[in-house]
Write a protein that binds this ligand. Structure first.
Ligand code: ASP
Length: 306
């Protein structure tokens, strides 16, 4: 099996002068995840590592760099799913953890539940010995500036979703043909306190099944949830469509039916992959066969050696 990883840095609208920087993090994350896969690591290890790197990068809306809720606070959502067993783990509206994606994996591996939320998730983190980080250290000047603009996520979802790089996610196939997905976000600027988006919801922010493939989604959470975007893509693949065709069809349906824009990264168990979006941009990078592909605008597919 040829291993592959595909990473995204959020769907939305990134100003031209920030385009260059949006590639950097996703390329680094794809390279790191690919080296895990190449040395026999699991798809789960690869996607969690890629997403944790992007959570640590203040450029993206996840972990440090997350957007702020209406009270100017950070509440984060994250999901992992293992295509071997359909096991998943998630955290929602969690505060003061550097890497919600690692906490989501702990929920999957150490509890009998799929999702822990808010204070319960923080309590679980303490039990697991995950260090608490001061909220201030997670807030960037950029996130605070956008919060001060008092953007309304209902009337202007695209503006709240981005303006900088967005939600992060990854899908992978390992040497054994197992697939996995991981997605992590700070959500939408000025969201209500306690708002939970698509990201931690199985079938919305991501889905992974060894029999079909894996997806990580980004975009306006409330519309992604209406169409269960990730599972819808896999449904189309079950009907015989390629990852590219299935993504195109599901994103077109989401636009027509509920006027939502977004983006996805997808793999099938044979290693066929796609990075597809209906938003203006989505930064993405994919590594396979020692080649790194990446892009931001529609039609872009730059290539360089891994
Ligand atoms: N889907 C995320 C949310 O609604 C936002 C994004 O992908 O940019 O929380």
């Amino acid at each position: 099996m040829l291993p592959v990883v595909v990473v995204h840095g959020g769907a939305g609208h990134i100003p031209k002068d920030r385009a260059e920087i949006s590639y950097v993090g996703v390329k680094e994350a794809a390279r790191a995840a690919y080296s895990i896969l190449r040395s026999g690591g699991s798809a789960m290890d690869a996607v969690v590592e890629a997403v944790a790197m992007l959570e640590n990068n203040p450029v993206y809306n996840a972990g440090r760099g997350s957007v702020l809720n209406v009270k100017g606070e950070v509440e984060m959502d994250a999901l992992v799913m293992d295509g071997r067993t359909l096991a998943s783990g998630a955290v929602s509206a969690v505060r003061r953890v550097a890497n919600p994606i690692r906490l989501a994996r702990l929920v999957m591996e150490k509890t009998s539940h799929l999702c822990l939320t808010a204070e319960g998730a923080s309590q679980f983190a303490r039990t697991m010995g995950v260090p608490e980080v001061p909220e201030e250290s997670m807030i960037t000047d950029y996130a605070r500036m956008r919060w001060k603009k008092n953007l309304d996520p209902d009337t202007n979802p695209m503006e709240c979703q981005t303006g900088k790089m967005g939600t992060v996610g990854a899908v992978a196939v390992d040497l054994e043909g197992n697939v996995a997905c991981a997605t992590s976000t700070g959500g939408m600027t000025n969201k209500m306190e306690g708002r939970v988006g698509d990201t931690p919801c199985v079938g919305c922010g991501g889905y992974a099944d060894n029999h079909i493939g894996a997806v990580s989604s980004t975009g306006h959470g409330e519309t992604i949830m209406k169409v269960t975007l990730s599972r819808l893509i896999l449904f189309h693949m079950e009907q015989g469509k390629s990852p590219e065709e299935a993504s195109d069809e599901a994103l077109a349906y989401m636009k027509e039916r509920v006027h939502g824009l977004g983006g996805v990264v997808v793999v099938d168990p044979k290693g066929v992959w796609s990075a597809h979006f209906s938003s203006l941009q989505m930064s993405w990078a994919a590594a396979q066969q020692e080649q790194l592909h990446y892009g931001l605008y529609h039609g872009e597919d730059f290539t360089e050696p891994v």
